[in-house]
Design a protein around this ligand. Structure first.
Ligand code: UFG
Length: 340
């Protein structure tokens, strides 16, 4: 069994990826500092058949810990790097914390890969690197716009660090630029666990439907879209998790075409906020309490992925529908309520 290190493996996308890796026969070591995740996620992962990852609670900013980890596990053949701070608004208020968390840990990790002759690295990037793109759908060749937030800037910087590092070392990397991940595992054993008031649309919808929040605010109804609300490319988190597994397999079989590759990971289909609300009302069979309010600062009108490169090169395509994603998110929310 090939051993893979997953940083941030108890987070939202990380935990779903751990499950898919183990389903494909990989052995997984997770490192997570639990800063934005819960140890209960490990119980959720292990409740899914055949999933028994090894868990190390530690922080990637402790260089010694990463050195020890690679000493203890000299058979690690690849790393999937999720661990990072990810709240756009918070990053504006705490830029140095974001640069330190997201950049220092990436550098320490790459130094250990280089020192231990580990080749294969998958980086968690984001469509946020494109900024307010001029045309849709967005291809990987769309140039960066200046970042709106330190968070977005750390993703741009992370990609640049990888471009130059893969040129100069044995490391080969793939960056996956995620669009908007939503939904939960079909077993409802793992899902999104927002801390405090959710900033993202789907957890806010499910918490409103569950009665935890009174009302959803729809941010902006004067965008130039079919119904005035902003459009995003919502992708089921399990489809996204599977993209990591195929990207890793591409590196392991040396099927990559250059030392550093980048792929958009989305569905290629845009949905407005009102489209999402309507689809949710259908799957949950209930009306959602919402109101139209002013735009949220920093939001763009539309993000939609051109995924043809990932379809062609990775042989990967998002399979699940918006309704399936919302249905899984709703089941997960109901399970959380039943547990607490
Ligand atoms: N929205 C609402 N009400 C809410 C929450 C969100 O109307 O309570 C709207 C937003 O205005 C936006 C859409 O729903 O139009 C999606 O918003 P999310 O917050 O769910 O997602 P974003 O597209 O803003 O953010 C996502 C990721 C970020 C990433 C960003 C790239 O969560 O990590 O895409 O811009 F940086």
């Amino acid at each position: 069994m090939k051993k893979i290190l997953v940083t941030g493996g108890l987070g939202y996308i990380g935990s779903h990826t751990v499950v898919e890796l183990q389903n494909e026969g990989f052995e997984v070591v997770i490192i997570d500092n639990l800063s934005n995740s819960s140890i209960e996620v490990l119980d959720g992962i292990t409740a899914i058949p055949n999933n028994q990852p090894l868990f190390i609670q530690d922080d990637l900013k402790n260089k010694n810990s990463i050195q020890d980890l690679f000493k203890k596990h000299p058979d690690i053949v690849g790393v999937i790097h999720f661990a990072a701070s990810k709240a756009v608004g918070e990053s504006v208020k705490k830029p140095l914390e974001y640069y330190h968390n997201n950049i220092a840990s990436l550098i320490y990790l790459l130094e250990e890969l280089e020192a231990n002759n580990v080749r294969n690295f998958i980086f968690s990037s984001s469509c946020t690197v494109y900024g307010d793109a001029d045309s849709m759908p967005i291809t990987e060749n769309t140039p960066y716009k200046p970042a709106d937030s330190p968070y977005g800037n750390t993703k741009q910087m992370g990609e640049e660090i990888l471009k130059f590092t893969t040129n100069a070392t044995q490391i080969e990397a793939i960056s996956l630029r995620y669009f908007n991940p939503i939904g939960a595992h079909v077993t409802a054993e793992i899902g999104e666990l927002p801390i405090g008031v959710p900033q993202n649309l789907v957890p806010f919808i499910t918490q409103t439907a569950a009665g935890i929040r009174d009302q959803l605010s729809v941010f902006g109804s004067d965008y130039k879209t079919h119904d005035g609300t902003a459009i995003r490319d919502y992708i089921h988190v399990v489809d996204l998790a599977k993209a990591h597994v195929v990207a890793l397999q591409r590196l392991l079989r040396q099927g990559n075409k250059s030392n550093y590759e980048i792929f958009n990971i989305g569905t290629g289909k845009g949905n407005s906020v009102l489209d999402v609300i309507k689809a949710f009302e259908k799957v949950a069979n209930q009306k959602l309490n919402y109101k139209l309010v002013a735009r949220r600062p920093g939001d763009v009108t539309e993000y939609c992925a051109d995924t043809s490169l990932a379809n062609l090169e990775l042989g990967w395509k998002a399979k699940m529908t918006l309704e399936e994603a919302l249905d899984s998110a709703w089941k997960w929310q109901q399970k959380l309520i039943a547990k607490n």
